[in-house]
Design a protein around this ligand. Structure first.
Ligand code: PLP
Length: 369
């Protein structure tokens, strides 16, 4: 048998299926909306299920028209994918070939690097400032002739850090490659650079229905960019990528934006309550404009691996970022859950974490890894 697998695919890390769900588990490791979706969405899903024997609309025509009304962006400047994850895959397929580079300010969302590696591209990490804000000099020092895409998550995952609009403009003014601004957590943050699309054709914005709208199970995200870039994304896509139920649910979610708004305010105040409680325990909770909080437990002397394992014993799941590019072994992230879940998590951490020193949080945004 010939060797079928390119070296760059062999180098990708192995992936695993999630463990089966356990009753009453508290899942704070995926940045999900803790509440089930709006009743209108659930009804739309039931109605769409009646036509499950029919393929969905190809290239998401109806949903793109509805997103166009919601965002003010033209229909042919919008692509809809199976989660924004899939749009990140299309970006790699459409714009990267073997040896091309993407720049990612570290730490950031892992899937930019995975999708780049999967097509033989190279991820070049740029350090952030110690408080996780962007360092524009560090970013532009990484630009080469092979740079194709710069990924800016605003706000960033896993840090929760927002990017000031003026910085995005400064980046767009200097960049002669695609600048992807990932606004996955847009509805929590409230800011956008959608209005910059007409001026900067090399800007492409990603959004998701998985977070504020509570449709994570259905996998719907969208991209907004120049007509030309959106056309190329569609060329590398399958026609029926987004299913009929997902289309119906996302359209309904936009018809019922009030539902999302009513949840967002509570989630943001819970987020700030959790951050304060963890700071009171002596941990460092980084300021966040999302539905999650990045925590550094160095002051407790316990690593994120130890903390995540101890919480898991109590059926509480948080994300362990030990070994992650741009973070140290004391970093973990927790999403905002239902108030009683947040209380249980804070109580568990109270028992677990005994502060042994009052060292300030490390300056992990730069220099490390
Ligand atoms: C910054 C960022 N971008 C994209 C995604 C993918 O979202 P989706 O569920 O739309 O694929 C996530 C998911 O956590 C994320 O945090």
């Amino acid at each position: 048998m010939r060797d079928l697998v390119p070296d760059y695919v062999k180098r990708l890390p192995k992936r695993q299926a999630s463990a089966p769900a356990v009753p009453n588990e508290i899942r704070l490791d995926r940045n999900e909306q803790p509440f089930p979706p709006s009743p209108r969405v659930v009804q739309a899903l039931r109605d769409a299920a009646e036509q499950a024997n029919r393929y969905p609309e190809s290239f998401s025509g109806g949903l793109r028209r509805r997103i166009s009304e919601y965002t003010g962006v033209a229909f042919d400047q919008i692509a809809v994918g199976n989660g924004s994850d899939e749009l990140i895959e299309w970006l790699a397929r459409a714009f990267l070939s073997n040896g091309d580079e993407i720049i990612v300010p570290k730490p950031s969302f892992f899937y930019y690097a995975t999708t780049c590696s999967a097509v033989g591209g190279v991820t070049v990490y740029a350090d952030r400032n110690p408080d996780f804000t962007l360092n524009l000099d560090a970013i532009f020092s990484k630009v080469t002739d092979r740079t194709k895409i710069l990924y800016i998550a605003n706000p960033n995952n896993p840090t929760g850090t927002p990017v000031p609009r003026q910085e995005i403009i400064a980046i767009l003014e200097r960049a002669d490659f695609l600048v992807v601004v990932d606004e996955c957590y847009h509805e929590f943050h409230g800011e956008t650079v959608v209005d910059l699309l007409p001026k900067y054709p090399h800007l492409l914005i990603l959004r998701s229905f998985s977070k504020a709208f509570g449709l994570a199970a259905l996998r719907v995200g969208y991209a907004m960019g120049s007509v030309e870039h959106i056309d190329y994304l569609h060329r590398v896509a399958q026609s029926y990528s987004v299913n009929r139920m997902a289309h119906a649910a996302a359209i309904s979610a936009l018809d019922d934006v009030e539902w999302a708004k009513s949840k967002i305010a509570g989630i943001c105040s819970e987020r700030d309550r959790i951050a304060t409680a963890l700071q009171d325990l002596g941990l460092t909770a980084y300021p966040s404009r999302t539905n999650f909080v990045l925590v550094n437990a160095r002051a407790s002397g316990k690593t994120a691996t130890e903390i995540a394992a101890a919480l898991r014993e109590q059926n509480i799941h948080v994300s362990n970022f030990a070994g992650y590019p741009g973070l140290d072994d004391y970093s973990f992230r927790l999403s905002v859950g239902l108030p009683e879940q947040n209380n249980a998590t804070i109580a568990a951490l109270e028992k677990l974490v005994v502060i042994t020193s009052s060292q300030p949080a490390p300056t992990i945004g730069s220099g490390s890894q």
